[in-house]
Design a binder for this molecule. Structure first.
Ligand SMILES: NC(=O)c1ccc[n+]([C@@H]2O[C@H](COP(=O)([O-])OP(=O)(O)OC[C@H]3O[C@@H](n4cnc5c(N)ncnc54)[C@H](O)[C@@H]3O)[C@@H](O)[C@H]2O)c1
Length: 441
């Protein structure tokens, strides 16, 4: 029976798992979702413009470390799950979930081109009785003001009747072994009560807890609060790191001591700057929106200023430490240890390593890096290949720990290196008796 012959309502089809689902964008967010949908018993297709992801999914090969091929190979084999670069798969879909990127433009304004591209793809293949959910992080109002208005196609469709629209922010935390798609509560905001009922029916099959909010705007805003909370608190401890340095105090000790308070305090740790596709970017979607309303989002802007200055501060303390050793930066050889944006993952989008490297290159440093998670690292027009993990740390004037992967041999680093700039406090257990001079953030 094809889609048009099936007279069951959308809600019934979702409840009986007859509904066909298409996920648009099968990256870090979309792939785990496709797998959970198949796991829940839905027939699901990942639609992506990137043929390499489509090919890999169809070959039961995973390209995201948190998802193991064995987690989904049986679904591909049984025909429950596949991927396509052909947008007409949406014609057969009852539910479409958009998981496309939401980066910033060079001007730090939202780049909405991916959401717009994905929305237009749905519009071209739209039919009656569809649920469309946006999961990409974006400014409040996007779903209601933009997506709904596109999907109504000038009155061709009625909201909550023959098109259902909702926003449900993704909360995936790459590298988190404890919380994945299923056991992370999912906030859902429908555009009408009927939209909410349909969206909730789908998500309650794939996650343990669905959290209803009254509107898509509230759902959009809750995600921005989560990420702004992190960006602001990291900005605060980064500023504390600078203050402690000036006062001759160890910020790591100070935060560790404060964290012993069993209530009313949550530790955040300083570092070389923010990275990844979320924390450095998402809050700026909100500050952009508020600028348009002539109300500055001051905490966001201040945190952004503090956090984006951290890579340059790392370069600065490296220059000072070399100076102490009567060495200049120009012509020195510096190894970056870890370029992924956080520990034990391969994602290097927006990694502060890029800005640290750029700052070093500008000062005439010969830069190398080592990161077993990232074999090739591209920074502007430069492309670097990771050195072998057994390369001696002795051949460098300084080693800068940007990412504290667990598999790094810090004991050997302490023995071989001459100078270590430790932006993550990774050397704390290994500093005693080290040959290297260790300079912490
Ligand atoms: N990565 C995370 O940890 C994370 C966590 C929570 C939320 N998010 C949010 O989720 C969204 C997606 O992020 P991601 O990390 O999965 O991005 P990603 O780059 O890993 O994946 C996005 C995919 O969308 C595809 N794509 C782009 N435009 C398309 C189009 N018009 N049609 C079909 N495919 C298209 C790309 O080829 C890519 O494969 C973003 O808004 C992000 O802020 C990401």
């Amino acid at each position: 029976m094809n889609r048009t012959q099936n007279m069951a309502t959308l809600l019934e089809k979702i409840q009986s798992k007859e509904a066909r689902v298409v996920v648009v964008g099968i990256g870090y967010v979309g792939l785990p979702l496709v797998v959970e949908l198949a796991h829940a018993g839905y027939r699901v297709t990942g639609y992506d413009r990137d043929p390499s992801k489509v090919k890999q999914l169809n070959a039961s090969t995973s390209y995201i470390e948190d998802i193991k091929a064995e987690d989904f190979a049986e679904y591909v084999k049984s025909g429950k799950m596949d991927a396509s670069t052909d947008e007409s798969v949406i014609k057969e879909a009852d539910c479409v979930i958009l998981c496309v990127p939401t980066p910033l433009k060079k001007t730090k304004d939202p780049d909405m081109s991916y959401i717009e591209g994905a929305a237009q793809t749905v519009v071209r293949n739209q039919h009656k009785d569809m649920l469309v959910v946006l999961e990409s992080t974006t400014y409040p109002g996007t779903t209601r003001e933009y997506l709904v208005s596109e999907l109504l196609q000038g009155g061709k469709y009625t909201l909550g009747k023959d098109v259902h629209v909702a926003f449900s922010p993704e909360r995936v935390d790459p590298g988190n072994a404890k919380f994945g798609t299923r056991n992370t509560p999912k906030v859902v905001g429908g555009c009408t009560p009927a939209c909410m009922a349909v969206a909730k029916a789908l998500y309650s099959h794939i996650v343990n807890t669905v959290v209803d909010v009254s509107s898509p705007d509230a759902a959009e805003m809750s995600k921005l609060l989560e990420n702004t909370f992190r960006a602001v608190n990291i900005g605060l401890v980064n500023e504390f790191a600078l203050i402690c340095e000036r006062l001759g105090l160890d910020v790591w000790e100070v935060i560790g001591a404060a964290a012993t308070k069993p209530f009313g305090f949550m530790p955040f740790w300083p570092g070389p700057g923010l990275g990844g596709h979320c924390i450095p970017i998402d809050p700026l979607y909100l500050s952009w929106k508020m600028r348009g309303l002539k109300m500055p989002a001051r905490f966001i802007e201040l945190a952004d200023a503090v956090n984006t200055a951290m890579p340059e501060h790392v370069v600065e303390i490296t220059a000072r430490a070399l100076n102490e050793k009567k060495k200049s930066m120009k012509g020195s050889k510096i190894l970056i240890s870890g370029v992924a944006y956080k520990r034990d993952i391969s994602d290097f989008r927006e990694s502060p390593a890029a800005d640290v490297i750029e700052g070093l290159l500008k000062r005439g440093v010969e830069v190398s890096y080592m990161d077993s998670w990232v074999p090739v690292f591209k920074e502007g027009e430069h492309s670097f290949e990771s050195l072998k993990p057994d390369t001696s740390y002795a051949g460098f004037d300084a080693v800068i720990i940007v990412t504290d992967h667990k598999n790094i041999d810090y004991v050997r680093m302490a023995k071989e290196a001459d100078l270590i700039i430790d932006t993550r406090n990774a050397m704390r257990p290994y500093g005693e008796g080290a040959k290297a001079t260790i300079v912490r953030l």
